[in-house]
Write a protein that binds this ligand. Structure first.
Ligand code: NAD
Length: 350
């Protein structure tokens, strides 16, 4: 509805799941007139993101994003992630595609874990590259949830053994769900073991996901029990300490290390990184931000050339992915703005 003050008015109804309360939130979108031109913006909320950004679509978008970034056809400066009071984070993550550019503006409130609130919230804002016109924005909590599983699937598609059938999910939250959906798209998963520091989260995950996919999903009593003999391991926790040990990992396993993304945090031990071939989403970002790489480097267990390269490099045929069925591969996902912005373009601009 266009109002006299030049704003468009939208009504969004949010039902809080825990209380059943209904909150009315009125959203206003300025209808700006400059030099006789009128600009309108599309706002894509979570339900529409979930409906349109299906996992198979998103996996292809992630391959395109990583491949274009590696080829120099897409650009992104280093993001800025800023600590804010309460131990929380506020991030600004810009990226450029040729026809559109944008930024994810996001909060990370880890204390939301186990509550009804997502741990990550914000929007991907999109602009056109010809005149810099803001064209719209899309809910980034849902984009982050889907694209993070999808980018691991893109890595898994080139790094896991072709017949990888046993998966271990460590951390049974939003990313546990996204990763199981994603890796099922690229490998014939027949058995899943899941572990969470909160046993009730693992039990719910096993029941719900087992029924959803008609799949054998079992809870494990420990990380070790979950990962022994697994072909694909996804670490999806905000753990402050490394907990995944080299001696538990089967030959030929592929690991998606996703849960941490700062120079001082990691989920994998230095010995495990040293025993693995290490792949980045972006090498430059890994060298500046990844505790999985920087801590063993500082400890002297690996050297700078331990990073094999990026998944984009593998997708573009410049570097070799898996070489045999014995080596352990690790994909360390820091999360890239280009992944969000390419989803923003798909949702807002297509
Ligand atoms: N790299 C990226 O691009 C990216 C993107 C999104 C999220 N993340 C990170 O992935 C992690 C998971 O995100 P999410 O959205 O699923 O969060 P979530 O809160 O939905 O789930 C996290 C789960 O991990 C469990 N957990 C916490 N510590 C654990 C431990 N030490 N061992 C086992 N389980 C543990 C929690 O109980 C919870 O069930 C977070 O750390 C988040 O910051 C990374």
């Amino acid at each position: 509805m266009q109002k006299a003050d030049g704003f468009l008015e939208f009504k969004k109804i949010t039902v809080l799941e825990n209380t059943g309360q209904i909150h009315d939130i009125v959203k206003k979108m300025k209808c700006t007139k400059r030099a006789g031109m009128e600009f309108t913006m599309r706002i894509i909320e979570a339900a529409e993101v979930r409906e349109r950004l299906t996992m198979p679509v998103c996996i292809e978008l992630m391959k395109e994003a990583l491949s274009k970034l590696e080829a120099g056809e897409a650009k992104q400066p280093l993001r800025s992630i800023n600590p804010i009071p309460g131990g929380n984070l506020f991030g600004f993550m810009p990226a450029w595609l040729e026809d559109y550019f944008g930024a994810k503006v996001i909060t990370a409130f880890h204390k939301n874990q186990g509550t009804k609130y997502p741990s990550h919230m914000g929007y991907v804002m999109m602009f056109d590259s010809v005149h810099g016109v803001p064209v719209g924005m899309a809910d980034c909590s849902t984009i982050t949830e889907i694209r993070t599983g999808a980018v691991s699937a893109a890595a898994t598609s080139v790094l896991a053994k072709k017949d990888a059938g046993i998966a271990a999910i460590i951390g049974c939250g939003a990313q546990g769900r996204s990763h199981l959906e994603a890796i099922r798209c690229v490998r014939p998963i027949r058995e899943v073991r899941c572990f969470d520091i909160r046993p009730e989260a693992a039990e719910l995950f096993a029941k719900e996901q087992g029924e959803k996919y008609n799949l054998n999903v079992q809870t494990a009593a420990s990380v070790e029990e979950a990962v022994r003999g697994a072909d694909i391991i996804c670490t999806l926790t905000p753990s402050k300490e490394p907990y995944l040990k080299a001696e538990w990992i089967a030959k030929g396993a592929h690991i998606n290390a996703v849960g941490t993304f700062s120079p001082t945090t990691r989920e994998l031990t230095s010995e495990l990184i040293a025993a693995s071939r290490l792949f980045a989403d972006q090498v430059e970002a890994m060298e500046k931000e990844a505790g999985e790489y920087l801590i063993p480097l500082q400890e002297g267990l690996i050297t700078r050339d331990h990073i094999v390269g990026s998944i984009g490099g593998v997708l573009n045929g410049k570097i070799q992915g898996r070489r045999d069925d014995q080596e352990i591969t690790v994909f360390d996902a820091l999360g890239l703005a280009i992944e969000d912005v390419i989803c923003g373009r798909y949702l807002v601009c297509c």
